[in-house]
Design a protein around this ligand. Structure first.
Ligand SMILES: NC(=O)c1ccc[n+]([C@@H]2O[C@H](COP(=O)([O-])OP(=O)(O)OC[C@H]3O[C@@H](n4cnc5c(N)ncnc54)[C@H](OP(=O)(O)O)[C@@H]3O)[C@@H](O)[C@H]2O)c1
Length: 265
């Protein structure tokens, strides 16, 4: 990882779960990381906890990725402060389990499309443009997808649809980059169940039902996904790791969660 020390990364969704773990890991490897999310207070607190311990540093940036204007401002900040970017981790994402195809609210479908698909595409375009403008030909784009982007989730089919789109966008990006003889690498990481706030945000009222997600099975930890990012990053420049699926050894949380939700309802 030495070659990444001092280099610049942007991680979206850095205020919680997987994004937070990725920021911590990259800062630990000496990178300058712009971590964005809407919850600025959490970002600042997190930055104050991890900064000043080594060469790496985190720069919190308040950004609602549903706003293109916000995203453009963030990349302007990166350009002005660092002049370049080497790594982008498109991690911000969400599901609404209530948004079924039979009766889901359009605004919930839009929310998932805006964050999981459009924001990821806008951030990628801006990162690649900045890499090009600053002659960075060895950059790396990560998309945090999901197992639901490979196997349709009956609990969240629209969310699945957005993550299937991420699969197409990842491979499409790789093909476009190779067509212009760029050496920027592209990696999609698809986690199974990770113990974060994700499930509680996806199912409103779950916290109130006192469902202890951690006790259902041994889920993945955010750090496991951060380690996967490092695995792909540290591969030699001629190795482009494109697709990684990481599941809990115990299997699929959906099957274990469904009866529990009904019992508690
Ligand atoms: N946890 C799992 O089981 C699991 C499994 C497979 C894939 N994933 C994927 O992993 C990624 C991270 O999820 P997580 O588990 O870490 O969930 P999480 O703990 O809920 O974190 C989600 C992050 O996304 C940010 N975010 C959401 N909407 C945003 C917006 N409009 N603008 C900016 N930031 C926004 C949140 O920050 P703010 O609320 O502060 O804005 C938060 O930092 C997602 O793409 C998710 O689809 C998760």
């Amino acid at each position: 990882m030495e070659r990444w020390s001092g280099k610049v990364a942007v991680v979206t969704g850095a205020s919680s779960g997987i994004g937070e773990a990725i920021v911590k890991k990259l800062v630990g490897h000496g990178m300058k990381v712009v971590g964005c999310a809407r919850n600025e207070e959490k970002l600042k607190k997190f930055a104050s906890e991890i900064n000043g311990k080594g060469k790496g540093e985190m720069h919190p940036f308040k950004c609602d990725v549903k706003s293109e204007e916000n995203i453009l401002k963030m990349f302007q900040f990166v350009k002005e402060k660092f002049g370049s970017i080497h790594v982008l981790v498109n991690n911000a994402g969400l599901a609404h389990f209530a948004a079924s195809l039979l009766a889901g609210k359009t605004e919930l479908w839009k929310d998932m499309l805006d964050v999981n698909v459009l924001a990821l595409s806008i951030c990628t375009r801006e990162a690649i443009q900045l890499m090009k403008a600053s002659n960075v030909d060895n950059g790396h784009i990560f998309n945090i997808s999901s197992v639901a982007g490979h196997v349709i989730s009956s609990m969240a089919p629209f969310y699945s649809c957005t993550k299937f789109a991420v699969k197409a966008l990842t491979e499409g990006l790789r093909q476009e980059l190779r067509a212009v003889e760029s050496h920027i690498r592209v990696t999609s990481i698809s986690p199974g169940a990770v113990l974060t706030d994700f499930g509680f945000r996806a199912v409103p009222g779950l916290r109130e039902k006192n469902v202890d997600l951690g006790s259902i099975m041994e889920m993945l930890k955010s750090d496991d996904i951060a380690d996967t990012v490092v695995f792909a990053l540290q591969a030699p420049p001629h190795v482009d790791v494109n697709e990684i699926i990481v599941r809990p050894t115990e299997g699929d949380v959906g099957k274990k969660l469904a009866p529990l939700l009904q019992k508690k309802a």
